[in-house]
Design a protein around this ligand. Structure first.
Ligand code: PEP
Ligand code: MN
Length: 293
């Protein structure tokens, strides 16, 4: 392994790759993330109504998603924006799971809400703005649900893995990392998708890595091409925003795909998934940094 990286990351011993553990497979409901299957999570930014979440759940399941996303507790940049439906939103997510069999991922913003959200979620999402909320990370370490840890807006990969180590040290090694774009000087996209984060994390860490092209792009037209890029560099899955009428969405409508766009994106991913599968099976060294052990 590159000596600099080795020194930088090996101290996070519960999440770094090591001789005896090169890959963790994280169970989410009946699924496995970081195993042989590429898992797509999809749904609205926020749960807004029964009709919205049920229709979206049916549509994304039909297109091949395996996990339904939807925020019930929303971290918004503006205090005047919609803050989410709270428990009523969690109940709607449960209903959507019962109707479709999709597992549920939803965000937890406070350590006080961990137990409540764990009753409804199969996967606990830590948002970019909470990545360094250690009280929350420690509470998730004591919880028996897997955690989706999103990279902070200005966090280095070292800081991301440090936060993962906090969760693991608190007792929960079931962690999935998510690259969702970082803040740079570029303004053409909402955030800059750090595509190199995927092979770096796959080289130095044992944890599965997924990509969120929606929050990186900020505009829906870019989401499919970023999803394709994530697939060929070896991401273990995607998390994508989808809404029945994106222009009416209460949050993140500009970056949300329609049902048809999501279904097309899933179809168009197939050849790229085949490339990833060949690499995993025949030449796994293609998916990590060259010269890595
Ligand atoms: C979200 O997933 O809707 C979200 C708020 O994402 P992030 O924390 O990456 O901004
Ligand atoms: Mn969002």
């Amino acid at each position: 392994m590159n000596a600099r990286w080795n020194g930088q990351f090996s101290c996070f011993d519960l999440v770094a790759k090591s001789g005896h553990c090169s890959r963790s497979i994280v169970p989410v409901g009946d699924l496995e993330i970081g195993g042989d299957d590429f898992i797509v999570m999809a749904g609205p930014c926020a749960v807004e109504s029964e009709r919205q979440i049920m229709e979206t759940a049916e549509a994304v399941a039909a297109a091949g998603a395996r996990i339904l996303r939807g925020g019930a507790y929303k971290p918004r940049s503006s205090p005047y924006s919609f803050q989410g439906m709270g428990v009523a939103g969690l109940k709607l997510l449960r209903k959507a799971r019962e109707a479709t069999g999709l597992a549920i991922v939803t965000e937890v913003m406070s350590e006080d809400d961990v137990d409540l959200i764990a009753e409804y979620a199969d996967l606990m999402q830590v948002g970019a703005r909470s990545m360094e909320n250690y009280a929350l990370l420690q509470a998730l370490g004591r919880c028996d649900r897997p955690v989706l840890l999103k990279r902070g807006l200005t966090a280095t990969l070292e800081e991301l893995l440090r936060s993962a180590q906090v969760i693991a040290m608190s007792g929960n090694p079931q962690i999935i990392l998510c690259e969702r774009g970082i803040r740079t000087f570029e303004t053409a996209t909402r955030n800059t998708l750090d595509i190199a984060a995927v092979p770096v994390l796959k080289t130095v860490s044992r944890l599965p890595v997924i990509v969120d092209p929606s929050h990186a792009a900020g505009v829906r037209s870019l989401v499919p091409v970023l999803a394709r890029a994530a697939t060929v560099v070896g991401a273990d899955g995607l998390i994508v925003e989808v809404h029945p009428s994106p222009d009416q969405a209460m949050s993140d409508g500009d970056q949300s795909l329609t049902f048809e766009q999501f279904s097309d994106m899933m179809d168009d991913l197939q050849p790229y998934l085949a490339i990833q599968e060949d690499a995993r099976r025949l030449r796994p060294e293609l998916l990590v940094a060259r010269g890595a052990d």
